[in-house]
Design a protein around this ligand. Structure first.
Ligand code: 6PG
Length: 239
């Protein structure tokens, strides 16, 4: 029995409007960070969220990043300065300018062998929640994107990693280059307090329709928690 969950779809005019909506959701979490209870935010990979990261930078004046911890939903198994690195894109769009303490940036070591990188990342995720006194990892906010095939993070349709429940991070294989990935697993995504998907572009429309209709053959439909979908008119079919 799939747990009941709240699902909200907010349609914005275009990709920039989606980014602006996302920044409002992100800031609402970041402002709650304190020394007593630091917040854990998971950044999405892919291109869609980059506008939001850039927009966030322009709206975070006066925000203290001291107790904000940043993680990634997934990473390509490439070095951190590689053009395909999700970390590199987030660094260019946000981290190079936002004063996040380096110890609070928990990147996935894409330069290491996938299984080793996944194990090290899992250790880092567990350590963050243990230090916060949380019995299980419940990120304050997870940002996710979705591919036209309905994948999210690096959880792809039919992938064996979709059935992993005893680990928080695993190596996975993408059908497109770079094939080797590391990804958070569905239990971690579904344990988050807030999940926000950012989906733009007409090429995502079919997958979005199927996910919103509950087609659980698509990984993006299997994030079983309260989910906010921020989509543009093109992806929603109201273009
Ligand atoms: C990745 C992402 C992936 C991404 C979707 C959408 O590493 O590629 O984590 O899940 O969110 O593929 O990508 P775009 O935003 O570039 O369309």
């Amino acid at each position: 029995m799939t747990p009941a969950r709240r699902l909200e779809v907010r349609v914005a005019d275009d990709a920039q409007a989606v980014a602006e909506e996302a920044v409002g959701e992100i800031l609402a979490v970041l402002v709650r960070a304190t020394a007593e209870r630091p917040v854990g935010v998971v950044l999405s990979g892919g291109r869609t969220p980059l506008r939001a990261y850039e927009h966030l930078l322009g709206h975070a004046a006066g925000l203290s990043w001291d107790h904000v911890h940043l993680f990634w939903g997934d990473e390509r198994c490439v070095p951190p300065d590689h053009p395909d690195s999700n970390y590199r894109h987030a660094r260019s769009a946000l981290l190079d300018a936002a004063p996040v303490p380096p110890a609070n940036v928990h990147r996935i070591r894409g330069e290491d062998p996938p299984d080793a990188a996944a194990a090290a990342y899992e250790t880092e995720v567990r350590a963050f929640f243990a230090a916060r006194g949380d019995p299980t990892p419940s990120f304050d906010l997870i940002l996710l994107g979705m591919g036209a095939d309905g994948h999210t993070a690096s959880l792809f349709p039919g992938g064996p990693e979709l059935d992993v429940t005893d680990r928080f991070a695993v190596a996975s294989r993408a059908p497109v280059e770079p094939h080797d990935r590391v990804t958070l697993t569905l239990p971690v995504l579904s344990a988050a307090r807030h999940v926000v998907f950012l989906v733009t572009g007409a090429e995502k429309r079919d997958a979005l329709d199927r996910v919103l209709a509950g087609d659980r053959s698509l990984p993006a439909a299997r994030v079983d928690t309260d989910v906010l979908w921020l989509v543009d008119r093109a992806a929603s079919g109201r273009g």
